[in-house]
Write a protein that binds this ligand. Structure first.
Ligand code: 4NP
Length: 153
């Protein structure tokens, strides 16, 4: 079983989008029994809130179903995960601050697996939920390809 957690700032836009997109992708490839998948925010600012409606609508428009309630990342969550996939450099900094610089080998930017490593810009500020979807989909697809090509799954 591979434990993957996706992390952003608020856990109402990018990381729950990544969680549901990756769950969908894994299911389509018949690999759902091999993964534990969840998402967290580095901040508690949206704790208890559901996916931000424009992000939810973007997922629904691409036939990605599911729900999520925002929760803040803890050190234990990092320790228990095999992969901690963050959306941007700020998230990476915040996770490593939480761990005191430990576990850096499993804390990676989601789009570092793509041909074009980049941050997933925060649609909370950019309002570009389509761009967020495309970047997250690319990151998840390349991450899953990496796992299968290296026979980790
Ligand atoms: P996310 O976006 O990190 O992709 O969930 C944000 C959501 C809420 C806030 C910031 C970013 N906020 O400041 O409330």
């Amino acid at each position: 079983m591979i434990s993957v957690i996706f992390v952003c700032l608020g856990n109402i836009c990018r990381s729950p989008m990544a969680e549901l997109i990756f769950k969908n992708m894994v299911k389509e490839r018949g690999l759902e029994g091999s993964f534990l998948i969840s998402s967290f925010g580095t901040s508690d600012c949206e704790e208890g809130n559901r996916i931000y409606p424009p992000a939810k609508r973007m997922l629904e428009s691409r036939n990605v179903k599911g729900d999520h309630v925002a929760k803040q990342l803890s050190l234990k969550d990092v320790i228990n995960a095999d992969y901690v996939l963050v959306m941007d450099s700020g998230n990476l900094f915040d996770v490593l601050r939480l761990t005191g610089g430990k576990f850096g080998e499993k804390v990676l930017k989601l789009c570092s697996f793509t041909a074009n490593p980049r941050d997933v810009a925060d649609p909370w500020y950019t309002r570009d939920f389509n761009r967020a979807y495309e970047d997250i989909f690319d990151g998840c697809n390349c991450f899953l390809n990496y796992l299968t090509e290296t026979r980790r799954v």
